[in-house]
Design a protein around this ligand. Structure first.
Ligand code: 2AM
Ligand code: CA
Length: 289
């Protein structure tokens, strides 16, 4: 029994494969398939608006991941982006329904769908496993860079076997911070714009690359100092939040409260700049809370 299993005091490995191996394998297979489909999208479906896209590739990747997970863990619950209607209420309902099972896999088959559709190479597969509401495994795979980020609670986070560490910037003025514009236009867009405005004068520079999960992996790896976005869903964030924490960083909601699965308005950082980042968002009335 490894340390994680003995800490949890539950039968953690079912059958012959560890859940981390299954998460890595699923992300790798789905990611390679997604990459092979780049440039093939001609029929676009929109969820709520022209800004909110879903493709057959998202759906196919999710089906592939579900099948792989259920082969090894038939009793586990799976919450996947493509099975849930758009909007905060549907997302919260799906999370609470799925949370009746002790083991919950949280899957974003492709985070950064808009990028994928446009051929902008910044998208990933994000897979998390939660036990009794707490994320214990997070895997994020970027197929374009062939980068597999893996985090296990209490055991650290790794990129191809090397431990990831958050960056060391001590103030916003030295920081590279990511923001996001998820497609919800009524509530989230004005809020994210207010946050962006407030941050723009304080940071070294801003980035908005269109994948929440990959932004979080980059915070974990020290490539970004922090990340802020209002209006996210659990599948965008669960794996990346653990990754940042296991890399020595901090993840809270926009009011500075500790991250949990229901958190939709997010700040992640190297920890050192967290307070300054949170206060800037708070003063700009851009918390969304
Ligand atoms: P996606 O590519 O899986 O759709 C961009 O700011 C981030 O917002 C991406 O991670 C994107 O994930 C996510 N996103 C897309 N649509 C969303 C929605 N309707 N609500 C919340 N987040 C969304
Ligand atoms: Ca997503």
């Amino acid at each position: 029994m490894n340390r994680l299993e003995s800490n949890l005091k539950v039968p953690y490995v079912v059958g012959s494969k560890s859940p981390t191996a299954v998460a890595i394998n699923s992300a790798s297979k789905a990611g390679e398939w997604i990459k092979s489909r780049l440039g093939t999208i001609h029929d676009l479906n929109t969820k709520q608006s022209p800004h909110d896209l879903v493709t057959d590739v998202d759906k196919g990747a999710e089906a592939m991941i579900r099948k792989l997970i259920l082969t090894h863990f038939p009793d586990h619950a799976i919450l996947g982006e493509e099975g849930v209607a758009p909007g905060a209420a549907a997302s919260a309902a799906a999370l609470s329904q799925a949370s009746t099972s002790d083991y919950l896999w949280i899957v974003d088959p492709m985070d950064g769908t808009t990028n994928f559709v446009h051929g902008f190479p910044f998208f990933c597969v994000s897979i998390a496993l939660a036990y009794k509401g707490e994320v214990i495994i997070g895997v994020i795979y970027d197929p374009m860079c062939d980068e597999m980020f893996v985090a296990e609670k209490g055991k650290g986070a790794y990129l191809h076997g090397r431990r990831t560490r958050v960056s060391a910037e001590a103030s916003l003025s030295d920081s590279l911070v990511a923001v996001g514009f998820n497609p919800e236009q009524e509530f989230a867009l004005p809020m994210n714009m207010r946050g962006l405005n407030a941050l723009s004068g304080k940071v070294r520079s801003l980035r908005a690359s269109g994948s929440a999960a990959l932004h979080l992996a980059y915070v974990a790896a020290g490539r970004l100092s922090g990340y802020y976005e209002v209006g996210l869903n659990v599948w965008d964030v669960a794996a990346g939040a653990l990754m940042v924490q296991e890399s020595g960083g901090k993840v809270t909601d926009t009011a500075g409260q500790p991250y949990h699965l229901g958190t939709r308005h997010l700040i992640a950082s190297n920890g050192i700049i967290h307070q300054e980042l949170q206060e800037t968002i708070q003063e700009a009335e851009a918390t969304g809370l």
